[in-house]
Ligand binder design. Structure first.
Ligand code: RB5
Length: 146
């Protein structure tokens, strides 16, 4: 699968910076990555990178997206303004699993200042490995969101 990955400058905070590590981790899991920026620690605006990831998905250039900001909240608010995007801020393994099983989330949002890097790796792997449950009630609810 092609996974679009983006972050604001929070993805480049600390050592090691999360975004390049996440790009490598997703490639190690056997996926292609599409790097939607940012590319360094200079302060930028998270909606720009959320928009780039969402556009890649909506234009068919990527199947799923991973977004990183300080909390995972800003990028999820920005991503969820796009019709057809279901972005989930996840901080636990259950949130990652259930956002796929029940919500058919197509973007996972992670907080650099909330989660350790190994925790991000775990959540990404669970999220990418978990299929949508496909149950009638879940489809009905998703359909109500357009
Ligand atoms: C940037 O400092 C920070 O506000 C941003 O990464 C994010 O956490 C916003 O929700």
């Amino acid at each position: 699968m092609i996974i679009a990955i983006g972050s604001d400058h929070a993805g480049y905070e600390g050592e090691p910076p999360y975004k390049p590590e996440i790009l490598r981790h997703v490639a190690r899991l056997g996926h292609q990555t599409l790097d939607c920026g940012t590319h360094g620690p200079e302060s930028v605006d998270y909606p720009d990178f959320a928009n780039a990831v969402c556009e890649a998905i909506l234009e068919g250039r990527a199947r799923y997206g991973i977004l990183v900001c300080g909390t995972g909240i800003g990028v999820s608010i920005a991503a969820n303004r796009h019709s057809g995007i279901r972005a989930a801020t996840c901080a636990t393994k259950d949130m990652a699993r259930l956002s796929r099983e029940h919500n058919d989330a197509n973007v996972i949002c992670l907080g650099r200042r909330i989660l350790s890097l190994p925790a991000c790796f775990d959540l990404i792997q669970i999220w990418l490995d978990t299929p949508f449950n496909g149950g009638e009630r879940h489809c009905r609810r998703i359909k109500k969101m357009g």
